[in-house]
Write a protein that binds this ligand. Structure first.
Ligand code: ADP
Ligand code: MG
Length: 516
Protein backbone atom coordinates (compact mmCIF):
# COMPACT_ATOMS: atom_id res chain seq x y z
CA UNK A 1 0.00 0.00 0.00
CA UNK A 2 2.79 2.32 0.91
CA UNK A 3 4.37 1.76 -2.49
CA UNK A 4 1.39 2.76 -4.52
CA UNK A 5 0.83 5.80 -2.35
CA UNK A 6 4.44 6.65 -2.82
CA UNK A 7 4.30 6.96 -6.55
CA UNK A 8 1.27 9.18 -6.22
CA UNK A 9 3.14 11.42 -3.90
CA UNK A 10 6.03 11.71 -6.28
CA UNK A 11 3.69 12.52 -9.09
CA UNK A 12 2.06 15.37 -7.31
CA UNK A 13 5.37 16.77 -6.35
CA UNK A 14 6.64 16.96 -9.90
CA UNK A 15 3.30 18.15 -11.17
CA UNK A 16 3.26 21.08 -8.84
CA UNK A 17 6.82 21.89 -9.63
CA UNK A 18 6.22 22.07 -13.32
CA UNK A 19 3.21 24.22 -12.93
CA UNK A 20 4.72 26.71 -10.56
CA UNK A 21 8.19 27.04 -11.90
CA UNK A 22 8.83 30.02 -14.12
CA UNK A 23 9.13 27.99 -17.30
CA UNK A 24 9.22 31.05 -19.51
CA UNK A 25 12.48 32.35 -18.08
CA UNK A 26 15.59 31.52 -20.07
CA UNK A 27 17.47 28.58 -18.65
CA UNK A 28 20.24 30.69 -17.20
CA UNK A 29 20.75 28.97 -13.87
CA UNK A 30 22.08 32.12 -12.28
CA UNK A 31 19.36 34.47 -13.52
CA UNK A 32 17.51 36.25 -10.72
CA UNK A 33 14.29 34.30 -11.12
CA UNK A 34 16.14 30.99 -11.17
CA UNK A 35 18.22 31.90 -8.16
CA UNK A 36 15.18 33.06 -6.30
CA UNK A 37 13.39 29.80 -7.01
CA UNK A 38 16.46 27.81 -5.99
CA UNK A 39 16.76 29.84 -2.83
CA UNK A 40 13.10 29.34 -1.99
CA UNK A 41 13.58 25.59 -2.30
CA UNK A 42 16.71 25.65 -0.18
CA UNK A 43 14.90 27.56 2.52
CA UNK A 44 12.02 25.15 2.39
CA UNK A 45 14.43 22.30 2.74
CA UNK A 46 16.26 23.89 5.64
CA UNK A 47 12.99 24.50 7.40
CA UNK A 48 12.06 20.90 6.91
CA UNK A 49 15.42 19.67 8.14
CA UNK A 50 15.87 21.78 11.23
CA UNK A 51 12.27 22.29 12.30
CA UNK A 52 10.30 25.41 12.70
CA UNK A 53 11.67 26.69 15.98
CA UNK A 54 15.28 26.36 15.00
CA UNK A 55 14.58 27.78 11.59
CA UNK A 56 12.89 30.83 13.01
CA UNK A 57 15.63 31.32 15.54
CA UNK A 58 18.57 31.26 13.18
CA UNK A 59 17.69 31.11 9.56
CA UNK A 60 14.55 33.02 8.88
CA UNK A 61 16.25 36.34 8.43
CA UNK A 62 18.84 35.07 6.03
CA UNK A 63 18.55 36.80 2.69
CA UNK A 64 19.89 36.02 -0.72
CA UNK A 65 22.02 39.07 -1.43
CA UNK A 66 23.46 38.29 -4.83
CA UNK A 67 25.72 36.15 -6.93
CA UNK A 68 29.23 36.85 -8.06
CA UNK A 69 30.57 34.29 -10.48
CA UNK A 70 30.41 30.99 -8.67
CA UNK A 71 29.86 32.54 -5.28
CA UNK A 72 26.52 33.20 -3.71
CA UNK A 73 26.19 35.82 -0.97
CA UNK A 74 23.79 35.40 1.91
CA UNK A 75 23.07 38.19 4.36
CA UNK A 76 22.16 38.12 8.02
CA UNK A 77 21.27 41.16 10.08
CA UNK A 78 23.74 40.77 12.94
CA UNK A 79 27.25 39.52 13.50
CA UNK A 80 26.09 37.07 16.04
CA UNK A 81 23.62 35.49 13.65
CA UNK A 82 26.22 35.43 10.93
CA UNK A 83 28.74 33.68 13.15
CA UNK A 84 26.19 31.20 14.30
CA UNK A 85 24.99 30.38 10.81
CA UNK A 86 28.57 30.09 9.58
CA UNK A 87 29.46 27.75 12.34
CA UNK A 88 26.38 25.55 12.21
CA UNK A 89 24.90 25.72 8.76
CA UNK A 90 27.64 26.71 6.33
CA UNK A 91 28.31 23.16 5.15
CA UNK A 92 24.69 22.36 4.76
CA UNK A 93 24.08 25.57 2.88
CA UNK A 94 26.91 24.82 0.49
CA UNK A 95 25.66 21.32 -0.09
CA UNK A 96 22.13 22.50 -0.72
CA UNK A 97 23.28 25.16 -3.13
CA UNK A 98 25.45 22.70 -4.98
CA UNK A 99 22.59 20.31 -5.29
CA UNK A 100 20.33 23.05 -6.59
CA UNK A 101 22.82 24.73 -8.83
CA UNK A 102 26.15 23.12 -9.67
CA UNK A 103 27.41 26.47 -10.95
CA UNK A 104 27.58 27.70 -7.35
CA UNK A 105 30.82 26.64 -5.72
CA UNK A 106 30.96 28.85 -2.68
CA UNK A 107 28.54 30.37 -0.23
CA UNK A 108 29.56 33.54 1.50
CA UNK A 109 27.68 34.38 4.69
CA UNK A 110 27.89 38.04 5.66
CA UNK A 111 26.33 40.73 7.74
CA UNK A 112 24.17 42.89 5.61
CA UNK A 113 20.90 44.60 5.08
CA UNK A 114 19.17 42.45 2.55
CA UNK A 115 18.63 41.52 -1.02
CA UNK A 116 19.02 43.83 -3.98
CA UNK A 117 15.61 44.84 -5.22
CA UNK A 118 15.47 42.55 -8.24
CA UNK A 119 16.08 39.46 -6.19
CA UNK A 120 13.88 40.56 -3.35
CA UNK A 121 11.00 40.98 -5.73
CA UNK A 122 11.28 37.61 -7.24
CA UNK A 123 11.49 36.16 -3.77
CA UNK A 124 8.14 37.61 -2.82
CA UNK A 125 7.41 39.72 0.22
CA UNK A 126 9.08 37.54 2.78
CA UNK A 127 10.72 34.89 0.67
CA UNK A 128 9.78 32.64 3.49
CA UNK A 129 8.84 29.03 3.18
CA UNK A 130 5.98 27.69 5.17
CA UNK A 131 5.55 24.50 7.06
CA UNK A 132 2.55 23.52 9.00
CA UNK A 133 3.81 20.31 10.47
CA UNK A 134 6.76 19.97 12.78
CA UNK A 135 9.15 17.41 11.47
CA UNK A 136 12.09 15.11 11.77
CA UNK A 137 11.62 12.96 14.79
CA UNK A 138 15.07 11.65 13.90
CA UNK A 139 16.80 14.44 15.77
CA UNK A 140 16.72 18.00 14.57
CA UNK A 141 19.01 19.26 11.95
CA UNK A 142 20.12 15.99 10.46
CA UNK A 143 18.44 15.20 7.19
CA UNK A 144 17.64 11.59 6.65
CA UNK A 145 19.34 10.07 3.68
CA UNK A 146 16.03 9.54 1.93
CA UNK A 147 15.17 13.19 2.32
CA UNK A 148 18.06 14.33 0.24
CA UNK A 149 18.28 14.96 -3.40
CA UNK A 150 14.55 15.18 -4.05
CA UNK A 151 14.14 18.86 -3.62
CA UNK A 152 13.08 19.64 -7.13
CA UNK A 153 10.05 21.52 -8.12
CA UNK A 154 8.94 22.87 -4.80
CA UNK A 155 7.15 26.11 -5.33
CA UNK A 156 7.62 28.76 -2.70
CA UNK A 157 5.14 28.50 0.09
CA UNK A 158 4.22 24.90 -0.50
CA UNK A 159 4.78 22.53 2.35
CA UNK A 160 7.38 20.40 0.75
CA UNK A 161 7.44 17.97 3.61
CA UNK A 162 3.87 17.05 2.92
CA UNK A 163 4.67 15.20 -0.26
CA UNK A 164 6.91 12.62 1.22
CA UNK A 165 6.07 9.02 0.86
CA UNK A 166 4.84 7.81 4.16
CA UNK A 167 4.04 4.19 4.61
CA UNK A 168 1.54 3.37 7.27
CA UNK A 169 4.06 2.12 9.80
CA UNK A 170 5.59 5.55 9.76
CA UNK A 171 2.48 7.54 10.38
CA UNK A 172 3.91 8.87 13.60
CA UNK A 173 7.13 10.11 12.04
CA UNK A 174 5.57 13.54 11.66
CA UNK A 175 5.24 13.76 15.42
CA UNK A 176 7.68 15.95 17.25
CA UNK A 177 9.16 14.03 20.18
CA UNK A 178 9.39 17.19 22.21
CA UNK A 179 5.69 17.89 22.06
CA UNK A 180 4.57 15.86 25.05
CA UNK A 181 2.23 16.60 27.92
CA UNK A 182 5.23 16.76 30.23
CA UNK A 183 6.65 19.62 28.22
CA UNK A 184 3.38 21.51 28.04
CA UNK A 185 3.03 24.27 30.60
CA UNK A 186 -0.49 24.74 31.80
CA UNK A 187 -1.90 28.13 32.72
CA UNK A 188 -5.23 29.90 32.68
CA UNK A 189 -5.32 30.51 28.92
CA UNK A 190 -4.83 26.87 28.00
CA UNK A 191 -6.02 24.85 30.97
CA UNK A 192 -9.32 23.88 29.44
CA UNK A 193 -7.83 22.78 26.14
CA UNK A 194 -5.15 20.91 28.03
CA UNK A 195 -7.68 19.12 30.23
CA UNK A 196 -9.68 18.08 27.17
CA UNK A 197 -6.55 16.84 25.43
CA UNK A 198 -5.59 14.76 28.45
CA UNK A 199 -9.01 13.33 28.73
CA UNK A 200 -8.99 12.29 25.08
CA UNK A 201 -5.56 10.72 25.42
CA UNK A 202 -6.65 8.74 28.47
CA UNK A 203 -10.09 7.72 27.30
CA UNK A 204 -10.21 7.94 23.53
CA UNK A 205 -13.54 8.28 21.79
CA UNK A 206 -15.49 8.83 24.95
CA UNK A 207 -18.90 10.39 24.83
CA UNK A 208 -18.85 14.15 24.43
CA UNK A 209 -15.17 14.31 23.51
CA UNK A 210 -15.29 13.06 19.96
CA UNK A 211 -14.26 14.89 17.90
CA UNK A 212 -12.00 17.12 19.93
CA UNK A 213 -11.73 20.44 18.20
CA UNK A 214 -8.87 22.67 19.34
CA UNK A 215 -8.66 26.20 18.12
CA UNK A 216 -6.64 29.33 18.72
CA UNK A 217 -4.15 31.72 17.17
CA UNK A 218 -0.74 30.90 15.78
CA UNK A 219 1.87 29.50 18.14
CA UNK A 220 -0.39 28.93 21.11
CA UNK A 221 0.12 25.19 21.38
CA UNK A 222 -2.48 23.48 19.18
CA UNK A 223 0.01 21.28 17.40
CA UNK A 224 1.86 20.63 20.63
CA UNK A 225 -1.31 19.34 22.28
CA UNK A 226 -2.21 17.14 19.33
CA UNK A 227 1.19 15.53 19.32
CA UNK A 228 1.01 15.14 23.07
CA UNK A 229 -2.25 13.24 22.73
CA UNK A 230 -0.68 10.98 20.14
CA UNK A 231 2.42 10.26 22.21
CA UNK A 232 0.35 9.59 25.28
CA UNK A 233 -1.88 7.15 23.42
CA UNK A 234 1.06 5.33 21.89
CA UNK A 235 2.83 5.08 25.25
CA UNK A 236 -0.26 3.89 27.04
CA UNK A 237 -1.08 1.21 24.55
CA UNK A 238 2.45 -0.11 24.46
CA UNK A 239 2.75 -0.21 28.23
CA UNK A 240 -0.58 -2.00 28.42
CA UNK A 241 0.91 -4.61 26.12
CA UNK A 242 -1.93 -4.30 23.64
CA UNK A 243 -1.56 -4.14 19.89
CA UNK A 244 0.29 -1.05 18.70
CA UNK A 245 -2.09 1.75 17.91
CA UNK A 246 -2.01 3.73 14.72
CA UNK A 247 -2.17 7.45 14.86
CA UNK A 248 -2.75 9.19 11.58
CA UNK A 249 -1.61 12.74 12.11
CA UNK A 250 -1.36 15.20 9.27
CA UNK A 251 -2.00 18.78 8.45
CA UNK A 252 -5.05 19.54 6.38
CA UNK A 253 -2.71 20.49 3.55
CA UNK A 254 -1.02 17.16 3.63
CA UNK A 255 -4.36 15.45 3.76
CA UNK A 256 -5.30 17.32 0.64
CA UNK A 257 -2.08 16.61 -1.24
CA UNK A 258 -2.21 12.97 -0.37
CA UNK A 259 -5.79 12.77 -1.43
CA UNK A 260 -5.08 14.42 -4.76
CA UNK A 261 -2.04 12.24 -5.21
CA UNK A 262 -4.16 9.18 -4.55
CA UNK A 263 -6.66 10.26 -7.18
CA UNK A 264 -3.93 10.81 -9.74
CA UNK A 265 -2.36 7.47 -9.15
CA UNK A 266 -5.74 5.78 -8.91
CA UNK A 267 -5.08 4.73 -5.39
CA UNK A 268 -8.00 6.35 -3.65
CA UNK A 269 -9.17 3.02 -2.26
CA UNK A 270 -5.82 2.48 -0.61
CA UNK A 271 -5.84 6.01 0.69
CA UNK A 272 -9.28 5.55 2.23
CA UNK A 273 -8.39 2.19 3.68
CA UNK A 274 -5.25 3.54 5.16
CA UNK A 275 -7.02 6.37 6.91
CA UNK A 276 -9.92 4.29 8.00
CA UNK A 277 -7.71 1.72 9.61
CA UNK A 278 -6.20 4.32 11.92
CA UNK A 279 -7.15 4.27 15.58
CA UNK A 280 -6.92 8.02 15.83
CA UNK A 281 -7.13 10.58 13.08
CA UNK A 282 -5.68 14.01 13.68
CA UNK A 283 -5.99 16.82 11.20
CA UNK A 284 -4.04 19.95 12.03
CA UNK A 285 -4.89 23.41 10.69
CA UNK A 286 -8.19 22.45 9.18
CA UNK A 287 -8.74 25.98 7.91
CA UNK A 288 -6.66 25.01 4.89
CA UNK A 289 -9.49 22.84 3.65
CA UNK A 290 -11.67 25.86 3.09
CA UNK A 291 -12.61 26.11 -0.53
CA UNK A 292 -11.27 22.63 -1.28
CA UNK A 293 -14.63 21.01 -1.86
CA UNK A 294 -13.57 17.55 -2.96
CA UNK A 295 -11.11 17.20 -0.16
CA UNK A 296 -13.71 18.35 2.34
CA UNK A 297 -16.09 15.78 1.03
CA UNK A 298 -13.51 13.05 1.41
CA UNK A 299 -12.63 14.23 4.88
CA UNK A 300 -16.29 14.25 5.83
CA UNK A 301 -16.72 10.62 4.81
CA UNK A 302 -13.53 9.52 6.50
CA UNK A 303 -14.61 11.40 9.57
CA UNK A 304 -17.98 9.68 9.70
CA UNK A 305 -16.54 6.26 9.04
CA UNK A 306 -14.07 6.63 11.87
CA UNK A 307 -16.52 8.02 14.38
CA UNK A 308 -18.90 5.20 13.59
CA UNK A 309 -16.12 2.73 14.17
CA UNK A 310 -15.57 4.28 17.60
CA UNK A 311 -12.29 5.96 16.72
CA UNK A 312 -11.12 9.27 18.08
CA UNK A 313 -10.79 12.34 15.88
CA UNK A 314 -8.82 15.43 16.84
CA UNK A 315 -8.92 18.52 14.70
CA UNK A 316 -7.32 21.92 15.06
CA UNK A 317 -7.98 25.22 13.36
CA UNK A 318 -7.29 28.87 13.86
CA UNK A 319 -10.94 29.66 14.59
CA UNK A 320 -13.94 27.89 16.06
CA UNK A 321 -16.09 25.61 13.87
CA UNK A 322 -18.79 28.23 13.59
CA UNK A 323 -16.25 30.75 12.33
CA UNK A 324 -14.82 28.40 9.72
CA UNK A 325 -16.63 30.12 6.91
CA UNK A 326 -16.58 28.30 3.66
CA UNK A 327 -16.53 24.90 5.29
CA UNK A 328 -19.43 22.72 4.29
CA UNK A 329 -22.30 23.15 6.72
CA UNK A 330 -22.67 19.47 7.54
CA UNK A 331 -18.96 19.17 8.26
CA UNK A 332 -19.08 22.21 10.45
CA UNK A 333 -21.98 20.75 12.37
CA UNK A 334 -20.15 17.46 12.81
CA UNK A 335 -17.08 19.24 14.07
CA UNK A 336 -18.91 21.14 16.76
CA UNK A 337 -20.62 18.00 17.94
CA UNK A 338 -17.93 16.79 20.30
CA UNK A 339 -15.78 19.03 22.45
CA UNK A 340 -14.66 22.42 21.26
CA UNK A 341 -11.82 23.95 23.26
CA UNK A 342 -9.96 27.14 22.60
CA UNK A 343 -6.46 28.25 23.45
CA UNK A 344 -6.48 31.85 24.54
CA UNK A 345 -3.68 34.31 24.04
CA UNK A 346 -0.96 33.90 26.59
CA UNK A 347 -0.80 35.94 29.77
CA UNK A 348 2.35 37.32 31.30
CA UNK A 349 2.21 34.61 33.98
CA UNK A 350 1.94 31.81 31.46
CA UNK A 351 4.74 33.21 29.35
CA UNK A 352 6.94 33.41 32.40
CA UNK A 353 6.17 29.84 33.46
CA UNK A 354 6.86 28.60 29.96
CA UNK A 355 10.19 30.38 29.89
CA UNK A 356 11.14 29.01 33.29
CA UNK A 357 10.25 25.49 32.23
CA UNK A 358 12.14 25.79 28.95
CA UNK A 359 15.22 27.26 30.58
CA UNK A 360 15.31 24.37 33.02
CA UNK A 361 14.92 21.90 30.19
CA UNK A 362 17.75 23.55 28.32
CA UNK A 363 19.92 23.22 31.41
CA UNK A 364 20.97 26.83 31.38
CA UNK A 365 20.53 29.15 34.30
CA UNK A 366 18.82 32.29 33.15
CA UNK A 367 18.33 35.04 35.73
CA UNK A 368 14.68 35.71 36.62
CA UNK A 369 15.16 39.30 35.49
CA UNK A 370 15.89 38.14 31.97
CA UNK A 371 12.93 35.77 31.89
CA UNK A 372 10.64 38.51 33.17
CA UNK A 373 11.96 40.87 30.58
CA UNK A 374 11.28 38.39 27.78
CA UNK A 375 7.84 37.47 29.08
CA UNK A 376 7.08 41.13 29.15
CA UNK A 377 8.46 41.97 25.74
CA UNK A 378 7.59 39.05 23.52
CA UNK A 379 3.87 38.76 23.79
CA UNK A 380 2.89 37.53 20.35
CA UNK A 381 3.05 33.79 20.86
CA UNK A 382 4.93 30.97 22.46
CA UNK A 383 6.85 30.12 19.34
CA UNK A 384 8.50 33.52 19.23
CA UNK A 385 9.20 33.34 22.92
CA UNK A 386 10.82 29.96 22.53
CA UNK A 387 12.89 31.17 19.61
CA UNK A 388 14.23 34.07 21.64
CA UNK A 389 15.13 31.84 24.55
CA UNK A 390 16.79 29.32 22.27
CA UNK A 391 18.97 31.98 20.84
CA UNK A 392 19.97 33.22 24.27
CA UNK A 393 20.79 29.76 25.46
CA UNK A 394 22.83 29.04 22.36
CA UNK A 395 24.70 32.28 22.80
CA UNK A 396 25.49 31.46 26.42
CA UNK A 397 26.71 27.98 25.50
CA UNK A 398 28.73 29.14 22.56
CA UNK A 399 30.64 31.79 24.43
CA UNK A 400 30.43 30.02 27.76
CA UNK A 401 28.99 33.14 29.27
CA UNK A 402 26.30 33.92 31.78
CA UNK A 403 23.03 35.11 30.42
CA UNK A 404 22.57 38.71 31.48
CA UNK A 405 20.05 41.37 30.72
CA UNK A 406 22.70 43.18 28.77
CA UNK A 407 23.57 40.16 26.66
CA UNK A 408 19.86 39.64 26.08
CA UNK A 409 19.51 43.08 24.58
CA UNK A 410 22.46 42.48 22.35
CA UNK A 411 21.69 38.96 21.21
CA UNK A 412 18.00 39.60 20.67
CA UNK A 413 18.40 43.07 19.29
CA UNK A 414 16.49 42.33 16.10
CA UNK A 415 13.67 40.36 17.71
CA UNK A 416 13.15 42.94 20.41
CA UNK A 417 13.07 45.75 17.96
CA UNK A 418 10.31 44.07 16.05
CA UNK A 419 8.34 43.62 19.25
CA UNK A 420 8.71 47.12 20.53
CA UNK A 421 5.31 48.50 20.88
CA UNK A 422 4.84 51.43 18.56
CA UNK A 423 4.78 54.13 21.19
CA UNK A 424 3.91 57.59 20.00
CA UNK A 425 5.53 60.75 21.21
CA UNK A 426 2.09 61.99 22.23
CA UNK A 427 1.62 59.01 24.52
CA UNK A 428 4.95 59.72 26.13
CA UNK A 429 4.14 63.37 26.60
CA UNK A 430 0.78 62.55 28.13
CA UNK A 431 2.23 60.05 30.56
CA UNK A 432 5.06 62.30 31.66
CA UNK A 433 2.77 65.32 32.07
CA UNK A 434 0.42 63.23 34.13
CA UNK A 435 3.25 61.88 36.26
CA UNK A 436 4.68 65.31 37.03
CA UNK A 437 1.31 66.90 37.24
CA UNK A 438 1.85 69.53 34.56
CA UNK A 439 -0.34 70.46 31.62
CA UNK A 440 0.07 68.53 28.39
CA UNK A 441 0.39 71.83 26.51
CA UNK A 442 3.50 72.58 28.54
CA UNK A 443 5.26 69.90 26.55
CA UNK A 444 5.23 72.25 23.59
CA UNK A 445 5.06 75.59 25.35
CA UNK A 446 8.08 77.92 25.46
CA UNK A 447 8.02 78.04 29.28
CA UNK A 448 11.42 77.45 30.82
CA UNK A 449 10.55 77.07 34.48
CA UNK A 450 12.35 74.01 35.87
CA UNK A 451 9.01 72.47 36.94
CA UNK A 452 7.99 72.12 33.31
CA UNK A 453 11.36 72.16 31.56
CA UNK A 454 12.67 69.06 33.36
CA UNK A 455 9.64 66.85 32.65
CA UNK A 456 9.78 68.06 29.05
CA UNK A 457 13.42 66.95 28.85
CA UNK A 458 12.50 63.61 30.35
CA UNK A 459 9.80 63.20 27.73
CA UNK A 460 12.34 63.97 25.01
CA UNK A 461 14.74 61.45 26.47
CA UNK A 462 11.99 58.83 26.56
CA UNK A 463 10.99 59.66 23.02
CA UNK A 464 14.57 59.09 21.93
CA UNK A 465 14.81 55.79 23.81
CA UNK A 466 11.41 54.35 23.03
CA UNK A 467 10.62 55.45 19.51
CA UNK A 468 12.42 55.33 16.21
CA UNK A 469 11.97 59.07 15.71
CA UNK A 470 14.92 61.23 14.76
CA UNK A 471 16.02 64.21 16.84
CA UNK A 472 14.47 66.78 14.46
CA UNK A 473 11.20 64.83 14.42
CA UNK A 474 11.14 64.78 18.20
CA UNK A 475 11.95 68.49 18.31
CA UNK A 476 9.01 69.28 16.08
CA UNK A 477 6.62 67.48 18.40
CA UNK A 478 7.85 69.56 21.31
CA UNK A 479 6.69 72.92 20.05
CA UNK A 480 8.97 73.03 17.01
CA UNK A 481 12.16 72.96 19.00
CA UNK A 482 15.50 72.56 17.31
CA UNK A 483 17.16 69.12 17.22
CA UNK A 484 20.08 70.49 19.23
CA UNK A 485 17.64 71.21 22.06
CA UNK A 486 16.54 67.58 21.99
CA UNK A 487 20.13 66.43 21.90
CA UNK A 488 20.92 68.60 24.88
CA UNK A 489 17.92 67.19 26.77
CA UNK A 490 18.99 63.62 26.03
CA UNK A 491 22.51 64.24 27.29
CA UNK A 492 21.33 66.15 30.33
CA UNK A 493 18.86 63.48 31.43
CA UNK A 494 21.51 60.83 30.94
CA UNK A 495 23.88 62.75 33.19
CA UNK A 496 21.25 63.30 35.84
CA UNK A 497 20.33 59.64 35.85
CA UNK A 498 23.94 58.65 36.31
CA UNK A 499 24.32 61.04 39.24
CA UNK A 500 21.03 60.80 41.02
CA UNK A 501 19.67 57.35 41.80
CA UNK A 502 16.25 58.59 42.86
CA UNK A 503 15.87 60.57 39.67
CA UNK A 504 16.98 57.59 37.62
CA UNK A 505 14.40 55.45 39.36
CA UNK A 506 11.66 57.92 38.46
CA UNK A 507 12.64 57.91 34.84
CA UNK A 508 12.93 54.13 34.76
CA UNK A 509 9.52 53.83 36.30
CA UNK A 510 8.10 56.02 33.59
CA UNK A 511 9.83 53.98 30.96
CA UNK A 512 8.39 50.78 32.36
CA UNK A 513 4.91 52.23 32.54
CA UNK A 514 5.13 53.30 28.94
CA UNK A 515 6.38 49.93 27.80
CA UNK A 516 3.77 47.86 29.59
P1 ADP B 1 0.19 26.20 17.07
O1 ADP B 1 0.06 24.83 16.51
O2 ADP B 1 -0.98 26.58 17.93
O3 ADP B 1 0.49 27.25 16.05
P2 ADP B 1 2.46 25.04 18.40
O4 ADP B 1 1.79 23.91 19.08
O5 ADP B 1 3.24 24.72 17.18
O6 ADP B 1 1.43 26.21 18.07
O7 ADP B 1 3.37 25.80 19.46
C1 ADP B 1 4.43 26.64 19.09
C2 ADP B 1 5.62 26.40 19.96
O8 ADP B 1 5.34 26.84 21.26
C3 ADP B 1 5.98 24.93 20.08
O9 ADP B 1 7.37 24.80 20.11
C4 ADP B 1 5.38 24.52 21.40
O10 ADP B 1 6.12 23.49 22.02
C5 ADP B 1 5.46 25.78 22.19
N1 ADP B 1 4.36 25.90 23.15
C6 ADP B 1 3.14 26.42 22.94
N2 ADP B 1 2.40 26.39 24.06
C7 ADP B 1 3.17 25.84 25.01
C8 ADP B 1 2.98 25.54 26.39
N3 ADP B 1 1.84 25.80 27.02
N4 ADP B 1 4.01 24.97 27.07
C9 ADP B 1 5.16 24.72 26.44
N5 ADP B 1 5.42 24.97 25.15
C10 ADP B 1 4.43 25.53 24.43
MG1 MG C 1 0.21 24.24 14.54
Amino acid sequence: MGGSMGSGVELIELGLGERDMPTTTPPDPTGPAQLAAQWARIRGRLLQEVGEVEYRTWLRQMMLAGVDGDEIALHLPTRFLRDWVREHYADRLSALWQAENPAIRRVDIRVGGGAPSGLAESLGPSGEPHMSTPHSSNGRGMPRADERGDSRGEPKGEPKAEYRNEPRAELTTGLDPRFTFDAFVVGKPNEFAHACARRVAEQPASQGFNPLFLYGGVGLGKTHLMHAIAWEMVTRSSSAGGPPITVAYMSAERFMYRFIAAIRSQATIEFKDQLRSADVLMIDDLQFLIGKDNTQEEFFHTFNALVEAGKQIVVSADVSPSDLEGLEARLRTRLSHGMVADLHSTTYELRLSILEAKAIRAGVSVPPKVLEFLAHKITSNVRELEGALNRLVAHANLFNRQVTLEATHEVLHDILKAHDRRLTIEEIQRKVAEYYNIRLTDMSSPRRARAVARPRQIAMWLAKQLTQRSLPEIGRKFGNRDHTTVMHAVTRIGELMARDAAFAEDVELLRRMLQS
